[in-house]
Ligand binder design. Structure first.
Ligand SMILES: *Cc1c(COP(=O)(O)O)cnc(C)c1O
Length: 230
């Protein structure tokens, strides 16, 4: 099947999941995650009207951006502070902000570049030590610390749920993110918290049921990645 057909099939399932949850399908964005897949697949979707793609490694994001400048890329993976420049130069958005030092560095570079960067704060809702993201209980303090960083255009939160066949454990991660969102709306109302990026190929319908406003889909659109991937 052509990638665009897979994309449309997933979009259809996203719409159906939204309707089942009593939600308007237009409330749920679909971010295709093109990491590890060749730039031709990005071009194919771009030609069909898809504008933004998720990447989790900055080197790959930069390479693709230089090859397809008309496409926009959201960085969804871990960023080291010394790579902040690449984010500012090549990324349209950052969905994985979880470090104050990175936030500060980005802010200053964004001011220099004269642009703002839409960001999501990544929260480690499964509390697995190997996962990225700030701890849920640190979210308010984190948000207060970056409140003054005007280069960052905070839009909401991102999480990766626990990888488990137990739907209740997965759903608990999504619910945890919503609790953090509610707390942030009360405690840090100066920033925007509407966006909830949660749900991947294996759990996006459940995430939509639990209030996701953006699902990040790789495998279900592009097929399997090499086994080396995280
Ligand atoms: C790779 C990746 C995805 C997509 O994963 P699939 O299971 O292939 O849909 C989503 N979010 C992040 C942060 C990723 O790194």
């Amino acid at each position: 099947m052509a990638v665009i057909d897979s994309y449309r099939a997933v979009r259809e399932r996203v719409d159906e999941a939204a309707r089942r949850a009593g939600r308007d399908p237009s409330e749920v964005a679909l971010l295709p995650v093109s990491k590890f897949h060749p730039v031709e697949t990005v071009r194919e979707l771009l030609d069909a009207g898809v504008g933004i793609f998720g990447e989790n490694r900055l080197q790959e994001l930069e390479t693709k951006k230089l090859q397809v400048p008309e496409a926009r890329f959201a960085m969804i993976g871990n960023v080291q502070r010394n790579k902040a420049r690449l984010v500012v130069e090549h990324a349209a958005e950052l969905h994985s902000l979880d470090s104050l030092r990175l936030a500060s560095t980005l802010h200053h570079r964004l001011l220099d570049a004269g642009r703002r960067l839409p960001v999501l704060i990544q929260v480690n809702t499964s509390e697995e030590p190997q996962k990225s993201g700030i701890a849920p209980q640190d979210a308010v303090g984190f948000a207060r610390s970056i409140r003054e960083y005007s280069g960052l255009d905070v839009q909401g939160l991102m999480t990766m749920a626990v990888h488990s066949p137990d739907q209740q454990r997965v759903a608990a991660c999504f619910e945890r993110l919503r609790e953090v969102q509610a707390e942030l709306r009360d405690e840090v109302p100066e920033l925007h918290w509407d966006e909830l990026s949660m749900g991947m190929s294996g759990d996006y319908e459940l995430a939509i049921q639990h209030g996701s406003t953006m699902v990040r889909i790789g495998t279900a659109i592009f097929g399997p990645r090499p086994a080396t991937d995280s």
